[in-house]
Design a binder for this molecule. Sequence first.
Ligand SMILES: Cc1cc2nc3c(=O)[nH]c(=O)nc-3n(C[C@H](O)[C@H](O)[C@H](O)COP(=O)(O)OP(=O)(O)OC[C@H]3O[C@@H](n4cnc5c(N)ncnc54)[C@H](O)[C@@H]3O)c2cc1C
Length: 356
Amino acid sequence: MEIQENKNIYVGVQTVRTPNINDFYMEIKSYKNILVFAEVCDGKVCENSLELIGEANRLKAMRNNDSIVIAALLGFGVKSYASELFGYGADKVVVFDDQKLENYRSDLYGEALAQIVKSYHPEIVLVGATALGSELAPTVAAKLKTGLAAHCTALKILENGQFTQVVPAFGGKVLGDIYIPNHRPQIASIKGGITKKLDFAPKDGVVEDFTCELTGFDRMKVVKVEKEHENRKSLNEADCIVVGGFGIGSKENWAKLEELASLLGGANGCTRPVLDAGWIDNEKAMIGTSGVAVRPKAYIGIGVSGAAHHTCGIKDSGLIISINKDENAPIFACSDYKVIGDYKKIVDALIEELKA
Ligand SMILES: Cc1cc2nc3c(=O)[nH]c(=O)nc-3n(C[C@H](O)[C@H](O)[C@H](O)COP(=O)(O)OP(=O)(O)OC[C@H]3O[C@@H](n4cnc5c(N)ncnc54)[C@H](O)[C@@H]3O)c2cc1C
């Protein structure tokens, strides 16, 4: 599905401050390889990180310059996860195993990852845009004084070799191509579900231990770790997702969408304005650049206009059905079936039919 033609937007272009231009280009050229931050969560490597290793392999193939994919594995007692990272496509795993990294802290993880990047000189660094990654990526970018494109919806390598990060801009109306021409590494964060992991194939690779002094902020201490329990069906497990947009009009109307999803054995998703308005309390239901990307067999969008911020999260859905009263709503451009009309009558009729 093509959302919209890309517009070239030059965001964050920085000036060259190096006194000697040749030194500058030598310095830029000394950066090679693609490094993926391998996030460990609840005793396993995050799906998002495995997907990024797959994406790094796709970029590596386009780079055609003997680049390798390096996974940076940080934590305490995490070395055993290296074999999984190799199986999903890492060529080398750098392990920073330290008790200080047992629990995530942005100061310590920021220092650790920045030091790994300084030592390995990767040209590109990919970080999952999870809650942790969304904090860690800018922390590392600031420490290294380099550029970061957050919540990318696609990554490309142009014919001239330019690494390009695609991010929706101007309220999702255009997709901007972001370049970081003068600084290295080029850091990108991407949500889970947007890129694809490779099929697992056991293989050997090089494991390198890394260590450095971690000072962090003295005044910070982890006192207690509380895990959020999630009982709801995850959007990634559901074959059918009924998504409510701002067009549903009110919190009271949300119940209709829940009934429809339950009759279809599916789950409910939403757009950002619905979450912001508090019509739904499940943050994990938001689909798009700031939420999750989904791949259900069927997506039913109700009162959803179709901003790129949202549609980038549904592009791999099997069937896209949209209900909207505006026949010119952008969502119809990427829909397999379009139903034009007031959703209330349509959803009521659907519920009645399903019950019968
Ligand atoms: C940095 C940034 C990140 C963002 N991230 C996300 C994100 O992750 N996910 C996301 O969804 N958005 C995100 N947004 C917001 C995004 O740009 C859009 O504003 C949002 O997706 C629009 O939501 P909507 O379609 O529900 O609402 P609207 O754009 O208000 O559309 C409502 C639609 O409902 C239709 N409608 C109204 N009444 C009825 C009716 N009775 N029957 C049928 N149809 C009806 C209207 O015709 C309209 O098309 C982000 C924005 C920014 C700036």
